[in-house]
Design a protein around this ligand. Structure first.
Ligand code: 4AD
Ligand code: MG
Length: 431
């Protein structure tokens, strides 16, 4: 019989088909069984009427445990009251494996329990919705850069030195006598590829030994990082704004159903359009002070500061020109006020905080050497990076967006852990 996916049943109305999947849920009225079948592409309700069905069909399904794998055959029927608009009148069933009692049931489970069973939790409707949004975000990211002449140049995961500060480095043994670090960012390599190709991006897993337990931090996350030769801070802020707008629009366009499952208030996302408000660090600090927040000029924003700032605006807000002291060694200084760095963070609204960080890089060889020394970084590890300032140095910049932060905001999730199939956190390495 014709095997179809549940996502395609609309094209098979009144046809006899076979579905291959798992038993998602089973209700019974005594006279009628209503098994819900899922196959990864969707969920459909089946109907078996005792008085009409073959006895072996009834008995196979009657007390079948949740998540048993089954192949069912039957006729697809339009049913306006059903969630997907269709049901299947089951005439045949083959049980592939009878599942053991399934640990995740209808009752409320604690988060730790669900995280311990993440490999099974992925089968639920809510996780499907989130991870499909994630997939859409990733496709939108790639299309955005691919359609605009950026060349994908993937960067290494084993690296010889820190990019984003030494406190969050994961160290690994790289054969005898050599230490390597898991990459925190592909940026330094992007600067080399941007000098080669003009506009490039990298997209891959990045690692931070974050020792704090927050709802925004993973130790392994996926970051997309564009880098553009001859770009100034203003160009980078414009790029970030246009990029983020296009990602949100794409999800609204293609993942309405998933956002509905998540009960996401999409009117908030509809407001994401250029221009995003731009706030100098100085103004941001003033805003915090006006709200009575105890913040000292010169520091980096903590989670409560970011939350406050990003709740204040309907759109994402760009904060720029931070004190150079709290930012990475490679950030170009503002000529008008050299104590400030030409960096920018994009804070997502609704309290989600930083989703994008980037800015303009130092183009001068002398200044870059000075900063490497000031940050007590080993110059030998950066000799190749310094070459980029020796051979045709130009102003340039870029940014990084953490996919999981972006998905958490778009889906309006309380915690970042659900945005990646198998999250890695301070106390979570399994499954
Ligand atoms: O602001 P960050 O540290 O910037 C960089 O790494 C730059 N080198 C990027 C560049 O200019 N090419 O990180 C960029 C983004 C953050 O805005 C956030 O979205 C995400 O990466 N991020 C994290 N996401 C999840 N868990 C963590 N521990 C994260 N740390 C950063
Ligand atoms: Mg940052």
């Amino acid at each position: 019989m014709n095997r179809v996916y549940i996502s395609e049943v609309a094209r098979h109305e009144s046809e006899e088909v076979t579905l291959k999947g798992w038993l998602y849920n089973l209700r019974s009225s005594g006279k009628i069984l209503f098994p819900q079948i899922r196959d990864g592409s969707g969920i459909i309700q089946g109907v078996v009427v005792r008085a009409e069905a073959a006895p072996e069909v009834w008995s196979a399904l009657e007390s079948l445990p949740q998540e048993s794998s089954i192949m069912v055959s039957g006729k697809i029927r339009k049913e306006p009251r059903a969630p997907g608009g269709f049901e299947i009148d089951i005439s045949g069933v083959e049980v592939v494996q009878t599942a053991e009692p399934y640990p995740i049931t209808k009752k409320e489970h604690g988060t730790e329990f669900l995280m311990d069973h993440r490999h099974l939790w992925l089968r639920s409707r809510r996780q499907h919705a989130i991870l499909r949004v994630r997939h859409e975000v990733i496709r939108a990211v790639r299309d955005y850069f691919d359609d605009r002449g950026f060349v994908l140049c993937d960067t290494p995961i084993f690296t010889p030195a820190a990019c984003e500060g030494t406190t969050t480095l994961f160290e690994v043994n790289y054969f005898e006598d050599t230490k390597a670090y898991l990459t925190q960012s592909g940026q330094l390599y992007n600067e080399a590829t941007a000098a080669a190709f003009g506009k490039t991006y990298c997209f891959g897993p990045t690692f931070r030994a974050e020792k704090s337990k927050t709802r925004r931090h993973l130790t392994e996350f996926w970051m997309v990082e564009p880098e553009v030769a001859y770009a100034t801070l203003d160009d980078i802020m414009k790029l970030a704004e246009d990029f983020l707008t296009s990602i949100v629009a794409r999800v609204l366009d293609r993942r309405r159903e998933e956002l509905k499952v998540l009960e996401r208030d999409t009117s908030r996302l509809e407001k994401v359009a250029p221009p995003f408000p731009r706030l100098q660090y100085d103004e941001a600090v003033r805003t915090l002070h006006e709200a009575g927040m105890p913040f000292e000029w010169g520091g980096d924003f903590g989670a409560p500061d970011e939350t406050y700032l990003s709740e204040k605006y309907e759109k994402p807000v760009i904060v720029h020109r931070f004190p150079a002291k709290v930012k990475a060694f490679y950030m170009a200084p503002d000529e008008a006020r050299p104590e400030l760095a030409l960096g920018a963070d994009v804070l997502a609204p609704e309290g989600y905080g930083e989703v994008i960080g980037g800015g303009e890089r130092i183009a001068s060889l002398d200044l870059l050497r000075k900063r490497i020394a000031e940050h007590s970084l080993p110059e030998e590890a950066f000799d190749w990076y310094l070459d980029l300032r020796r051979y045709g140095s130009v102003p340039h910049g870029g940014f990084g967006m953490g996919i999981e932060r972006c998905v958490a905001w778009i889906c309006a999730l309380e915690h970042i852990r659900e945005t990646i199939p198998f999250p890695r956190m301070l106390y979570r390495l399994k499954p």
